[in-house]
Ligand binder design. Structure first.
Ligand code: PLP
Length: 389
């Protein structure tokens, strides 16, 4: 039997339509988009079309989309590229991030913290929601940039980004300079509606990262949205592609794949969210009836990614549950991992202030496009035995 894959926040299978769109660019249409001959112009057209699809998915202009090798690189370029601009322009060398950011934000933020920037962490509540009062307090002192993820990979928490963007805009006015706001939307893109247009609700978001393999494109392609007139300085140097932010010959097949996945995600967003919400609520409702199970992240589905379920059990080891589920043909993931021989909860689970013995039992089940109601039924059938011993 093929395992049931309920780990779509880790990665998703490449959609067949995406693979079909990509294939010509691995063979016949092999042109370099910078070449001015017909074969190059054909690649350039495909590049433009893919850029337009990504822009439509997130409600921005095509020229605000820069293709990146992955979500990690998009996050690094956003933070480090803006840091260079901040330094070059004498803006405040202070950065705020949440404590539950992905390592691809934590990493560059800590690097900046060790290299002349002041790094402050914004507190969150026990569901992972940003403490807006604390953010307001932190914004009283001069600040150059803020990065807050749109939705969390481990606990599914969706942040009130529109409200945060408004707060940052107000603080920018009060401080007399632009405070740059970046959001890591790698988990949110393709699952939640995002409208970054100049009249849209998230107009104060200056940069946003996304990654194709989280919504049906292959691994190794992402994009960074940078709002018009917002400055980032390059951190890579080369041939100047993607306006110098991500130089290197464009990975045409990956880019075409991302474009097709974005086109499909936009068309299917509402239907897909409805189905994922149904799977998610069936599992969350069952978990709520089980002794010793604590849901991690918000219980309110409006504050949670569609299809995302995460929970912890006291006195259990999350990794052991992952392995036990694997033996039953169910692929899920844990919120703890082994570091130097010691099993430790992740920094996200730690930031929820759960009792230590519960934090160790954190797991995540994330549904996606490839799941069916039969998968949910199978999981619900196996769940009591999996959680009981
Ligand atoms: N940000 C978040 C929230 C993620 O979940 C991930 C991947 O798991 C990334 C960034 C990194 O994306 P990529 O795998 O494309 O480098």
């Amino acid at each position: 039997m093929q395992p049931i894959y309920i780990d779509n926040s880790a990665t998703t299978p490449c959609r067949p339509e995406v693979l079909e769109a990509m294939e010509p660019y691995l063979q016949g249409r092999f042109g370099n988009a910078s070449s001015i001959h017909a074969i190059g112009r054909e690649a350039r057209q495909a590049l433009d079309a893919a850029r337009a699809h990504v822009a439509q998915l997130i409600g921005c202009e095509s020229k605000e989309v820069y293709f990146a090798p992955c979500g990690t690189m998009a996050n690094n370029v956003a933070l480090l590229g803006r840091a260079r601009f901040i330094e070059a322009n004498g803006l405040p060398k202070r950065l705020l991030i949440s404590a539950i950011e992905h390592s691809s934000i934590l990493g560059p933020a800590q690097f900046l913290g060790a290299n002349g920037f002041k790094l402050d962490f914004i507190r969150n509540d026990k569901h992972g929601l940003i403490d807006l009062d604390h953010l307001q307090d932190l914004l009283r002192d001069p600040c150059g940039m803020v990065s807050i993820m749109w939705a969390n990979n481990e606990i599914g928490t969706v942040q009130p980004i529109a409200q945060i963007a408004q707060m940052i805009q107000d603080a920018s006015k009060a401080q007399g300079h632009d405070i740059f706001l970046h959001s890591d939307a790698v988990q949110a893109t393709g699952k939640l509606p995002i409208d970054l247009s100049s009249l849209g609700p998230y107009v104060g978001v200056h940069a946003l990262s996304l990654s194709g393999h989280k919504f049906g494109a292959p691994k190794g392609i992402g994009a960074l949205f940078v709002r018009k007139l917002v400055n980032l300085m390059p951190i890579y140097f080369g041939g100047g592609q993607e306006m110098g932010l991500f130089p290197g010959t464009e990975a045409m097949s990956q880019i075409v794949g991302l474009g097709e996945a974005a086109r499909l995600a936009r068309l299917e967003l509402d239907d897909s969210a409805r189905v994922l919400r149904s799977y998610q609520s069936q599992v969350m409702e069952r978990l709520a009836t089980m002794d010793g199970v604590v849901i991690t992240g918000p219980q309110d589905l409006a504050q949670r990614l569609p299809g995302h379920v995460s929970f912890a059990q006291a006195n259990r080891d999350g990794e052991a549950l992952v392995l036990k589920s694997d033996l039953k043909g169910i692929a899920i993931s844990a919120g703890s991992a082994c570091h130097r021989g010691i099993i430790e909860p992740s920094h996200v689970i730690k930031a929820l202030a759960l009792p230590e013995k519960t934090a160790m039992g954190a797991v995540r089940m994330t549904f996606g496009k490839s799941n069916t109601q039969d998968d949910v039924t199978y999981l619900l059938d196996k769940l009591p035995a999996l959680l009981s011993s």
